[in-house]
Design a protein. Sequence first.
Length: 271
Amino acid sequence: MVVSIALMVLDDRQQYMHVVRTTLTVATYPIRYLIDLPSSAGDWLSETFVSRRNLMLENEALHQEHLELKARAQKLSALEVENARLRALLGSTAKVQEHAIIAELLAVDMSPFSRQIVLNKGSLDHVYEGQAMIDAHGIMGQVIHVSPLQSTAILITDPKHALPVEVNRNGLRSIASGTGETNRLILDQLPNNADILQGDLLVTSGLGGRFPAGYPVARVTEVVRNHGLPFAHVSAEPLAAIESSREVLLIAKPEQPQIAAQPPKQEATQK
């Protein structure tokens, strides 16, 4: 007891035990390290696995966000293209005097012998049978069936469709018939000496009352004159983007002014 107190006093004043403590600390460090090793290793492993899991979760979240941003970018590109189409349609509407209704395609008839489409406008939107249909470039077809919420239209390339046209250059009239091909019309009953040339613009003639006059229809691509036959073989390519347009304009006939009936004048009775 007395020895312990004496050593404590000497160490406090003379620092005699400093070397001993240092030696003992160095000697016992491996023992302390081995004792703490399991706990330290457990903490290290736990932190490592937690960090790895967090990194994996963060990487997965970033990957998902990347995909979403790419999808949004694609949608924005599609919206940009759609906006351009709508601007073209609005520009087309500004060029016509008739009332126009914008409609979108719902379905396309995939039959090889038919060229028909279904639109999202019907009789509730004042769509009627025989209504002319155009896009931003030219005549596409006409409505053939109407229900309250949708309608069916036949394209000018349908083999059963025929459209009165005239050559814009000289007024020569003809009939443009569909062939079933997406990019070809034929002009029937044109004599070999008809004044029609490759590159001529065909527009609606207004005959028949279905299509207003003056709308572009097609451009002549081929004129074959066989002197052994009475008629020339004339082909034309539609100007409308028939296979790619998703929005169309339905052109309404201009309303005819109503003239009020005047009551018959009554002759004044003689007294």
